[in-house]
Design a binder for this molecule. Structure first.
Ligand code: ZN
Length: 103
C-alpha cells in the first residue's frame, strides 16, 4: 500500500489578463450587460404576472398579479372578489423567483 505524496498547492501565479478597453467599448459592454439584466428581469416579471401570486387566506383562491390589480380596493389592498378578505402573497412562488434572480 503506497500513500500518495501530498503535494503543496502549486505556487503558479494565476494568469491575469489585462484588457485595454477603450471607454467606448466599456460603455457598450456596460450597456449590453444592462440590457441583458433588463431582459432577464422582464422575463421574471412576465412569469410573475402569469403565475398565481396572491392567495386568499380564507377560501384559498389564487390570483395572478394582473387579476389582483383589478381587485385593489380604495386602501390599495388586494381583496378576494368572493369574501373580501385581503390577499396575501404566495410566498413559495416568490422564493423560487428570487432564486432565479440570484443565478
Ligand atoms: Zn376568498
Amino acid at each position: 500500500m503506497s500513500r500518495n505524496e501530498i503535494r503543496p498547492p502549486s505556487n503558479r501565479p494565476t494568469p491575469k489578463t489585462y484588457f485595454s478597453i477603450s471607454p467606448i467599448a466599456f460603455v457598450e459592454t456596460a450597456k449590453l450587460r444592462l440590457a441583458m439584466m433588463q431582459k432577464h428581469l422582464q422575463d421574471v416579471m412576465k412569469a410573475e404576472l402569469k403565475a398565481p401570486d396572491l392567495v386568499c387566506t380564507y377560501c384559498k383562491q389564487t390570483y395572478t398579479t394582473l387579476e389582483a390589480l383589478a381587485l385593489q380596493n380604495a386602501q390599495g389592498m388586494f381583496e378576494c372578489k368572493d369574501c373580501r378578505v385581503e390577499l396575501t402573497r404566495n410566498d413559495s412562488k416568490k422564493d423560487s423567483a428570487q432564486k432565479d434572480l440570484a443565478k
